[in-house]
Design a protein around this ligand. Structure first.
Ligand code: SF4
Length: 299
């Protein structure tokens, strides 16, 4: 008497024989005697059903090519349902960091000799060998800034992270990828803006920059801003916001307002890293970006 295994082998052979008969979209499966869960005699199974069985692996989903946009930590800001109307915001007159430090009356001049630099390339060249604070000892690259040298909109973040330190380019890590998405969703070309940080070298373990480090590095940013002459500046996160505005407070209390000196408007928002950590920051960032877009279009 044939064993159950022999019977199964016969069935499998019959199954593959039928598969070999080209062109059929339905496969004929004989029943398995004695098995309650066996298909009924002469039952048919569509090949599409076979393909949909959970045992059929999706080889297109190679583990080496993860979809970073689907990462749970990276909220999809492009999915924000609607672009809200920008409400009227409070306007606060300020003296920005560069004019607070200036001795010449030039808003962004500073007193470090960098005012003799007339191009961004000259300022960057001065920063490359900088030893003005202890962060010089741990850096791979000075991360000076990147973007349109004539940008009307400038983003200023905190400090380079690991990816930025390695590549020497600001906002290329996960925060930068999220910032790109936000800009794209808002209809702002990244190539049209300029992006820099208040600190040009990576702090160890991405810690918050110290006051003396910020003071040492600020002249580079001041000269960058003077040469680019943006009309709108978006500060990303608390250190950049407090540094430029010279106002203490939480991000929750500082954002949602527009700070003005002369023809420059500063609009703070949360750092994209905050939205990566907690999706609740997506909405205020999106609202702030709407205000930034409105002022950028007008500038
Ligand atoms: S962080 Fe700024 S001040 Fe400090 S070493 Fe780097 S470039 Fe110089």
């Amino acid at each position: 008497m044939a064993s159950g295994r022999d019977e199964a082998n016969k069935l499998a052979a019959e199954y593959f024989r039928q598969l070999g008969e080209a062109g059929e979209t339905e496969i004929y499966l004989p029943s398995v005697p004695g098995r309650a869960d066996a298909p009924k005699a002469h039952s048919t199974v569509k090949t599409s059903d076979v393909a949909a069985t959970p045992e059929a692996p999706d080889v297109t989903a190679t583990p080496e090519a993860p979809d970073v946009t689907a990462a749970p930590e990276a909220p999809d800001v492009t999915a924000t349902p609607e672009a809200p109307d920008v409400p009227t915001v409070e306007i606060v007159k300020v003296k920005l960091a560069f004019s607070r430090e200036a001795t010449t009356g030039d808003m962004f001049a500073g007193s470090t000799g960098l005012e003799t630099c007339t191009t961004l390339e000259q300022v960057e060249a001065r920063s490359v060998g900088c030893q003005n604070c202890e962060l010089a000892g741990g850096r791979t690259n000075v991360v000076f800034g990147a973007g349109n040298p004539n940008a009307r909109l400038m983003f200023i973040g905190e400090a380079p992270g690991r990816d930025e330190d390695i590549q020497g380019i600001p906002f290329v890590g996960r925060s930068g990828q999220l910032l790109n998405k936000i800009l794209e969703a808002a209809g702002i070309e990244r190539d049209d803006v300029y992006i820099a940080n208040i600190i040009k070298c990576r702090p160890p373990n991405n810690r918050t920059p110290l006051t003396n480090e910020i003071e040492a590095c600020l002249p580079y940013l001041g000269r960058q801003v003077a040469l680019i002459a943006p009309r709108v500046i978006c500060t990303l996160g608390l250190p950049a916001t407090q540094t430029l505005l010279g106002i203490r407070g939480s991000m929750g209390s500082l954002r949602g307002k527009m700070y003005v000196e002369g023809n420059v408007k500063v609009i703070p928002t949360y750092h994209p890293a905050a939205a990566l950590r907690d999706p609740k920051y997506k909405r205020p960032i999106w609202d702030d970006i709407q205000l930034i877009k409105r002022e950028y279009v007008k500038a």
